[in-house]
Design a protein around this ligand. Structure first.
Ligand code: ADP
Length: 319
């Protein structure tokens, strides 16, 4: 392997830059040239490809977002789009590719490998919803951003005696809601992976009020429904003032935490090691603090579920 490419795709996440840096530095350490592909698969098709040097990735380890930019590209879902991408890679003499992104991006990587182009997936998403890894790059940063926001809401909640509903990201995955809710002592956490009973939630809020509880915090993962809707249902049923905060895209940004920078550095470097070993069509991950890799077909055929023990614990601690 003399020349590899790297791209970021789909939703960005803090730590993607640290992963790009690790890919570039590790490859150059092994005398392999690295080409950066800008704007994900759409830039791949368009040939937005530039050689990267050691200095190209200087001063980015602490920055959120992705210096290679990211995009969504419908055309890449077609065989024609994939073949155009492979033609570009060949034109630049690139022999292997590292794709940093979420499960959608991994489907693109799977297609490239199926068409004979060696590709490795590095899990970068704040949702923590990729099978084959305990954590994805960006989750820890987003978690801490959400915790910081809830802490601030908690201060004003204590002063005003209201119910607060906070909608956090997570269309299919409740990790961010669950972990932030547990970390912040939320009274109720509503996630897509577990059934909830609105009557039970309202009963609990009423009991809390009777006990003299000053405020309640309810975390809702966006996949379950709109926080605004939940807020309305709760205020109608309890007669208490309910405030809703939709955290939105602030959850994607910010300087990556130390955990995310180290994870990204380890996973990015591992992807290069695997390409050097001749591996293709795999995704890297971390399980029980060991670097691992799994067949991409296997990863994409599985669903990932939140840690239900953690969910039960959150319920036990919020009685
Ligand atoms: P994420 O990687 O964050 O899950 P998306 O689901 O939007 O984000 O996927 C990112 C990009 O990956 C898509 O815009 C598309 O270019 C590519 N992609 C997604 N699904 C497929 C697929 N089935 N085949 C080929 N490429 C795909």
């Amino acid at each position: 392997m003399k020349r590899i490419g790297v791209l970021t795709s789909g939703g960005d996440s803090p730590g993607m830059n640290a992963a790009i840096r690790a890919v570039v530095r590790k490859a150059i350490y092994h005398d392999i040239e690295v080409y950066g592909i800008y704007y994900g698969y759409s830039g791949l098709i368009a040939g937005e490809i530039k050689k990267m040097e050691l200095g190209s990735v200087g001063d980015i380890i602490h920055r959120g977002g992705t210096m290679l930019y990211t995009a969504r590209c419908e055309e890449f879902k077609t065989l024609e789009g994939q073949m155009k991408g492979i033609a570009q890679l060949k034109k630049f003499g690139i022999e292997g590719l590292v794709v940093i992104g979420g499960d959608g991006s991994f489907r693109g990587a799977q297609k490239l490998t199926a068409q004979g182009f060696p590709t490795i997936g590095v899990p970068g998403t704040i949702d923590n919803d990729i099978p084959g890894t305990d954590f994805t790059i960006g989750f820890d940063t987003a978690l801490n951003t959400v915790i910081d926001a809830i802490d601030k809401i908690r201060d004003t909640a204590t002063s005003h005696e209201r119910t607060y509903v906070i909608e956090v990201m997570g269309r299919d995955a409740g990790d961010l809601a669950l972990w932030s809710g547990l970390a912040d002592g939320a009274e109720t956490i509503i996630i897509p992976e577990a059934d909830y009973d609105m009557d039970e939630i309202i009963g609990r809020l009423n009991r809390g009020q009777e006990r003299g509880k000053k405020h309640s915090i309810i975390i809702v993962a966006e996949g379950v429904g709109s926080g605004i809707e939940f807020g309305k249902r709760i205020s109608d049923a309890t007669g208490t003032e309910t405030r809703v905060t939709v955290l939105g895209h602030i959850q994607r940004g910010g300087s990556p935490t130390g955990m995310d920078r180290v994870l990204a550095s380890r996973l990015g470097a591992k992807a290069v090691d695997l390409l050097i070993e001749g591996k293709a069509g795999v995704t890297v991950g971390i399980q029980k603090n060991e670097l691992v890799y799994h067949d991409i077909d296997e990863v994409l055929s599985k669903g990932r579920c939140v840690d239900l023990d953690l969910y039960r614990l959150s319920q036990e601690l919020s009685i």
